[in-house]
Each structure stands twice: as C-alpha cells, then as structure tokens.
Design a protein around this ligand. Structure first.
Ligand SMILES: C[S@@+](CC[C@H](N)C(=O)[O-])C[C@H]1O[C@@H](n2cnc3c(N)ncnc32)[C@H](O)[C@@H]1O
Length: 487
C-alpha cells in the first residue's frame, strides 16, 4: 500500500461507533430526492456497490488505464455505499499489481475532490445515477481528466472500456456522453463550480463553516493542506538502530529524506511500504511526525506503569516502548484492531500487555466510586495516554472518505465518548502522574473545549502543556493536552 498510515484510526473508530457512516438505505434515500443544496451535500447513491465485487476486472488488460479506472471506481463505489475507503481499497488488494497504484491514486484523488466531482456530475446528469459503480467511474475519470490533462480523449476511451465491464456494458454510452460533454463544457462548468464553496474547497459546507469559525485567519491554509496528498514520514525504532544510521541506509538506497521530530524521517516522496528498507525487520514504522509528538510529550520514566487507553493499531504504544522500558497495558474496544497492536509490537520486537475493553464504561463499587469494569488491578498508573476516538478532521488528506461520510451531528457522539473515557481513567492515575489527551482532530469541541470542561469537573487536574498542530506540509493536524494530577 502506498504511504500507509498505521497510526491513524479515527475513521475506523467512527465507522464502529454508534455514529456510523451513512447506511446504504440512508444514502439511497438521499439519492432519490432531488439534488441537495450544497448544505446537504455528502455521498449519495441509489444502489450501493456489491460488497463481493470481483478484485479483477473482467476483460480489461491489467496494465491498462481502463483497468486502473475500473478498480479505482470499485473503491469509490464502496464509499458511496457508506463503507470506508480502506474497505474499498481492500477490494483490489489482490488485484493486478500493474494497476493498483494508479487505481489507489484515482480513488484518493476522486474522494479528495468529491465536492467538485459531485457538482459537475450534478450539472451533466439529467437524473441521479442508480449505479454506484458508474457514478464512481465518472468521478475517478473526472479526477484523471483534471490531473492528467495531456490526453483527454484517451482517458474518455479508457473510461468507456472500463464501463464495458459493468452491467454488461449498458452504461458505455452514458459514460462516453457525460465525459465528452464535460470536455466540451469544461470552462463553463469550472466557472460555475468556482461560485460554489463545496465544489471549490472540496469539503462539506458544515465543515467549512466550522473551520471558518474556529480559524478565521488560517482556514484556507487548513483546507489546502487537507486537499493535498499527505507526506510520508518514518519513525526510526531506537531499539534496533539510530536515526543517523537508518538515514544513511536510505541515502544508499537513493531515497531522499530529512529528519523531523525526535525520531522521524520525512521522505521526499511517498513510496510503497514494502519497498521501505528494513520495514519487515522492524527498523522503522510509518507514522506522521505530528503523531510522534505523543511519546515525546508524555515521556514516561523508565519502568513506569503506563496505560494506553485507545491503543490500536499500536503506533503510539510502540513509540512509547521504543523510547523507554515500560510496564504498559494497551486497551482497545475493537478486537480486530487490538490484534493489530500485537502484530505491530511483534514486528518491532516490543512487549506490552493488551486487553480488550471499553474504557468509557465504569461500574460503581460498594463505596459508590466508579471504577473500570474488569480490567484494572487497583494499582495506579504513573502515566496514561488517551488517544481518543474523534472526527479525524486533522487527517482528512489521508482519509478523504471521512469528510463526506461524516455528519455535523457525529461530533456530539465523539465529544461524549471522549469525556466518558477521560472520566473513567482519571481516577486510575497516581498523584503526580501525567495524562496525555490526544486527538487527530482540529475541531475545538474535541480539543481545548473538551479539556476546559474536564479541568472544571476535576479539581485535581492541572493542565501543564497544550499543543495545537494544524495540518501542513510536514505533519497532520493533532491536538495534545498534558494534564497532571495534583492531589
Ligand atoms: C485514534 S485511534 C488510536 C490510534 C492509536 N493510539 C495509535 O497510535 O495507533 C482511537 C482508537 O480508540 C479505540 N476506541 C474507541 N472507543 C473506545 C473505547 N470506548 N474504549 C477503548 N478504545 C476505544 C478505537 O477502536 C481506535 O482504535
């Protein structure tokens, strides 16, 4: 996978929370209405993609553009059907290697700019399309036409060939007509799109409004960062090598990189993870430089008893353990994701206890004190990391599906869960101990406002440090608050 980001889990967290991505039924309802205003715009289809769609397109040459467009459309159709992009990309994980990178690029590109693609299709289609795959094929083809404009008619021909692999070729004419109309009307369409905020900025309008309110000076830069392709950053495993040694190894392999954060190397160009030297041997992990701040900020002492509350897939757990010998308990509420913590630690040669638990749930004991159900042995922790489930609004360039599947109302659920987790684990911290609260969100409700409310509820909590990282060239958007227990 290109530039995989094992550290991120926000979208998956959402998809598995009670605030789920839109179900096929919900999207079908949206599609059957007339075209919504930009205020309501989000992914919408009448018929979701077939979850069992074949990984290999029938009758398309594996090294053809048509094959890449077909595969990319499968992934986008999965998102139009309410699933995550990761789930969509998994559909062609075993597809032809020659087409996978371009297909992945097409899927990411089409979803990053979905606001524009949706607007343009709204102008070019007389009625909403009933086939998710065909709509998705048009979106990836528009992306391709915009970003590789040198051979527009080749793109159209290849898109028509790809359409031949859907529904017995019934949509070849439609795909041909829509794309050729697009080429003919391109300037008018782009002029009209420029007057539409969602089509211009490629974010839903409720999201834009929130960013404008929170960041009146910086929102355009945040949007631009969110619409760009993300950087690829490695984290060097201190237990196995040094950053200088590993940088040398990269240089010998002709891979340009420069140091970032305390353990990071930012690659000049993203590359497939299986081509990263020493990855399988655990010399490095892929982790955004902003995410690497967690271990730097919490910095538990050698031998400390540490609780990592929302640990999967284990990026920050591993970083903590690479930097210090710790007695660490890693929790997560999702079994499949918790298994990935074990895999991450095994690859890196690290050990920790792992436990499946919902950290937002407490039971009240006989003295009336709430305590976590079943997993705490009663000994306080010296340090706690709460890398909370959140909207993932700081990492949309890695997960562009999130901004279209998310609704404004989802935030309330995240804020509620974050507060519940904080309240359950705070009593487990030793006096003088530190708790680091982290999100990959840039929405204030999940960040500073959450911690303001927490400090009001807990008189023994002192805020000792706070960092707001906005997404930019070097790193994604993160929020950190370091709290100390005073009594
Ligand atoms: C942002 S991700 C964590 C990323 C991880 N710390 C890393 O660095 O790789 C949030 C995680 O919280 C987990 N989670 C969500 N609600 C939870 C809960 N109530 N209790 C425990 N874990 C929870 C999700 O399953 C998800 O894996």
């Amino acid at each position: 996978m290109l530039n995989s980001e094992p550290d991120f889990a926000g979208f998956s967290a959402l998809a598995h929370s009670s605030h789920r991505s839109p179900s096929p039924t919900a999207t079908a309802a949206a599609a059957s209405s007339s075209r919504p205003s930009s205020g309501a715009r989000r992914v919408r289809v009448a018929r979701p993609a077939d979850p069992a769609a074949p990984a290999t397109p029938p009758a398309l040459a594996p090294d053809s553009l048509a094959c890449s467009l077909w595969l990319g459309a499968q992934a986008v159709a999965a998102v139009l059907g309410g699933r995550s992009l990761d789930a969509g990309l998994a559909l062609f994980a075993n597809g032809p290697a020659t087409a996978r990178a371009a297909a992945q690029d097409a899927a990411y590109g089409a979803l990053r700019r979905y606001g524009a693609g949706d607007f343009i299709l709204g102008r070019l289609l007389q009625t909403p399309l009933s086939q998710a795959e065909v709509r998705a094929l048009l979106l990836v083809s528009l992306y391709r036409l915009e970003t590789w404009p040198e051979a527009p008619h080749t793109v159209v021909d290849q898109a028509v060939s790809a359409a031949g692999a859907f529904a017995g070729g019934a949509f070849r004419g439609l795909v041909n007509g829509v794309l050729r109309n697009y080429l003919r009307q391109r300037e008018d369409l782009l002029r009209a799109a420029a007057a539409d905020p969602v089509a211009t900025h490629w974010h839903p309008d409720w999201w834009l409004a929130r960013l404008q309110r929170a960041y009146p000076e910086a929102w355009l830069q945040i949007i631009a960062a969110g619409n760009s392709a993300p950087p690829m950053c490695l984290r060097v495993n201190r237990r196995r090598t040094t950053r200088a040694e590993y940088a040398q190894r990269l240089a010998e392999a002709g891979i340009a990189a420069r140091p970032v954060a305390e353990d990071g190397l930012l690659l000049e160009r993203p590359m497939p993870i299986d081509a990263v030297p020493g990855f399988a041997e655990g010399l490095v992990s892929v982790q955004d430089a902003g995410a690497q701040r967690a271990a730097e900020l919490l910095a538990p002492a050698a031998g400390a008893r540490v609780l990592d509350v929302c640990s999967a897939p284990g990026g920050k757990t591993a970083h903590l353990l690479e930097r210090q010998s710790l007695d660490l308990l890693a929790l997560d509420v999702q079994p499949a994701r918790l298994r990935r913590v074990g895999e991450t630690l095994a690859r890196l040669g690290l050990t920790a206890k792992t436990h499946l638990a919902d950290a937002s749930q407490a039971v009240v004991d006989q003295s009336g004190t709430p305590a976590p159900a079943g997993w705490w042995d009663g000994v306080p922790f010296d340090a706690i990391l709460v890398d909370a489930p959140c909207s993932a609004s700081g990492v949309v360039r890695r997960h562009p599906d999130a901004k279209w599947l998310r609704r404004a109302g989802d935030l309330r659920g995240f804020v509620h869960t974050q507060a519940a987790i904080l309240d359950v684990v705070w009593p487990l911290l030793a006096v003088g101990g530190k708790l680091l609260y982290a999100t990959c969100s840039i929405f204030p409700e999940e960040n500073g406002a959450q911690i303001d409310a927490f400090v009001c509820r807990h008189g023994d909590a002192e805020r000792v440090a706070e960092e707001r990282l906005l997404p930019q060239a070097e790193h994604d958007g993160f929020y950190y608050a370091l709290l100390r227990k005073t009594a």
